[in-house]
Design a protein around this ligand. Structure first.
Ligand code: ADP
Length: 190
């Protein structure tokens, strides 16, 4: 089984690269951002709860995210593995993921971190905001909040995997196919 954490700041290209990884390696995509937006669209209680955090660019509380991910893992059968996108976003979530993996007789193969400068990130998010319909992509202060939250709360997650010898960094600036080639080389080593 291949279980990959795709890591990077908002706007790093995780969603774009996830699609290509899933197609090539037949993995199950688990994007917590997508799951929250689905709940929001369906007007579930979880969606309503997540909304106020997402709208402000803040993190949804760990226990809510971890519960949702645990359900998704348990309810997925017959897969080659998972690609985690936008999760874990805190060290507590990373620890919980290790526990969830162990409970399901799996482990994390590695983390692939996409590196992109802050200026390029902001430019990409602004561009995406023109068509994504995401309110968190259309407001400068929300974009800045998300980047700050990433630097303060999420970046330590990379160190968590590095200490396990599981971190691979990839330059996230370049062509989509070029970046995917670099990612594939890492995955083929797992
Ligand atoms: P991006 O990577 O562009 O910031 P996502 O779609 O991954 O966008 O996430 C959108 C929002 O959903 C986040 O700003 C946050 O409010 C919430 N969210 C997504 N994943 C998590 C997570 N693992 N923990 C806490 N909040 C999350």
């Amino acid at each position: 089984m291949l279980n990959i954490v795709l890591f990077g700041p908002p706007g790093a290209g995780k969603g774009t690269q996830s699609e290509k990884i899933i197609a090539k390696y037949k993995l199950t995509h688990l994007s917590t951002g997508d799951l929250f937006r689905k709940h929001l669209g369906e007007g579930t209680e979880l969606g309503l709860l997540a909304r106020k955090y997402m709208d402000e660019g803040r993190l949804v509380p760990d226990e809510v995210v971890i519960g949702m991910v645990g359900d998704k893992i348990k309810n997925t059968t017959g897969t080659n593995g998972f690609i985690f996108d936008g999760f874990p976003r805190t060290v507590a979530q990373a620890q919980a993921l290790d526990t969830l993996m162990a409970q399901n007789n799996m482990s994390i193969s590695g983390m692939i971190a996409l590196e992109v400068s802050e200026e390029v990130l902001k430019e990409r998010i602004r561009e995406r905001g023109k068509t994504s319909g995401r309110t968190d992509d259309q407001d400068e202060s929300k974009i800045q909040t998300r980047i700050n939250v990433y630097l303060e709360e999420t970046l330590p997650v990379a160190a968590y995997y590095e200490s396990q010898g599981k971190l691979e960094k990839i330059n996230g600036i370049g062509t989509i196919d070029g970046i995917f080639e670099d990612i594939s080389k890492v995955i083929d080593k797992y």
